[in-house]
Design a protein around this ligand. Structure first.
Ligand SMILES: *Cc1c(COP(=O)(O)O)cnc(C)c1O
Length: 383
């Protein structure tokens, strides 16, 4: 067992050794530019990209022509929101999103506001969920896009995507979802669920960092945000990251094959950890406590514990806290604040996210470590 025990799979995952192996030849031996149409080096690379495109598309029940490779989910979210806004703002300038989105969506929406767009930020209930009715009530004739994340990165709650997409379409708007935390974890069918645009990132599903995709349903027009060469059917210019794309494709294929058994295994481990903490440590509760959440994650608040001390004392596990470091200072998590937590409760919340390489031994160790540390801290402060 490696220390500290890694329980931060929602921040990033290690590359699966099988994915790495598939990537390696594409750095050295098959180094061609996928846009070189005049020789074997280019054709070979182009073929590898085509295979990866199929692997990504298959996982989402999409068409391979719909996959636009990007540098990750941040870029995919930018391309989706800015690309729709630039293309469709002559029809309307209103966008609906969720207050608990990832910064890659929120900051992009703030940029849209700078450009003269109007954005409605829907507030979720205390568990982090929104209803299709909230979306319906926010729709206006000039709404062009509804963007709602599939599963939240901090608390794991899963939004009613299919119903929200239907409401968006009934109101004449496109539907985008940041599915970065859901792809490879939950079965997704873009056609059946009515998703027009979907963002994903390789490094959240055992692929490499710096590669991802925006999947754009056929017939959905967006304006490219990167010009120069017209790669990816004119939707995202730039020489393709062939090894990264091969890695993403392989990661998607593995996820598709193993999702069912992996989810079951991780749900058992997560429940063991969560129940263990709730039963052994008084004054703890789960943030985003709804059955509608990811199976591999739990976000727990340890009341009356100093958040900073807690993290410093938990030396043997790697987890995230309910704080976000900005350049200037440490702020409480805006997601937890929106759920109604106080600053102190947010600081004293820990996100445990498990993954493919988590073991029973690690979970039992982590549980014991957390119980000991919190007990020691509570005695120390006599609460
Ligand atoms: C990690 C993450 C992102 C950012 O993805 P990158 O590929 O690192 O840019 C966006 N949205 C969500 C929900 C995430 O978890």
């Amino acid at each position: 067992m490696l220390l500290p025990v890694y329980l931060d799979y929602n921040a990033t995952t290690p590359v699966d050794p099988r994915v790495l192996e598939a990537m390696l030849p594409w750095f050295t031996e098959h180094f061609g530019n996928a846009a070189s149409r005049t020789h074997l080096y280019g054709w070979t690379a182009e073929e590898a990209v085509a295979t990866a495109r199929k692997q990504v598309a298959k996982l989402l029940h999409a068409n391979l022509k719909e996959v636009v490779f990007t540098s990750g989910a941040t870029e995919a979210n930018n391309l989706a929101i800015k690309g729709v806004f630039e293309k469709w703002s002559y029809k309307g300038k209103h966008i609906i999103t969720l207050a608990t989105e990832h910064k890659a969506v929120l900051d992009t929406c703030h940029h849209i506001e700078q450009l003269g767009g109007e954005v409605t930020y829907l507030m979720p209930d205390p568990h982090g969920l929104i209803t299709p009715k909230q979306v319906a009530d926010a729709l206006r004739p000039e709404t062009i896009l509804v963007s709602v994340m599939y599963a939240n990165n901090e608390i794991g709650v899963i939004q009613p995507i299919r119903e929200i997409a239907a409401v968006a379409h009934a109101g004449g708007a496109l539907f985008h979802t940041d599915a970065t935390q859901a792809v490879g974890k939950l079965p997704i069918d873009m056609v059946e669920e009515g998703i027009d645009l979907l963002s994903l990132s390789a490094h959240k599903l055992y692929g490499p960092k710096g590669v991802g995709a925006l999947v754009v349903r056929q017939g959905v027009e967006i304006t490219a945000q990167m010009d120069g060469g017209g790669h990816e059917r004119g939707r995202r210019s730039g020489t393709l990251n062939v090894p990264g794309i091969v890695g993403l494709g392989n990661a998607c294929e593995l996820a598709q094959r193993e999702m069912g058994t992996e989810t079951q295994r991780l749900a058992l481990l997560r429940d063991r950890l969560e129940k263990g903490i709730l039963m052994n440590i008084p004054q703890t509760f789960v943030n985003g406590n709804t059955p509608q959440r990811l199976a591999h994650l739990t976000n727990i608040c340890f009341e009356h514990v100093d958040g900073e001390n807690l993290l410093l004392s938990l030396k043997d596990i790697a987890v995230s806290t309910g704080s976000a470091c900005t350049s200037a200072s440490v702020l409480p998590s805006y997601v937890l604040k929106i759920l109604g937590l106080s600053d102190d409760q947010a600081y004293a919340s820990l996100r445990f996210s498990l993954g493919r390489f988590s073991t029973e031994e690690e979970i039992d160790f982590a549980l014991q470590h957390v119980v000991e540390v919190v007990e020691r801290m509570r005695v120390g402060s006599a609460v």
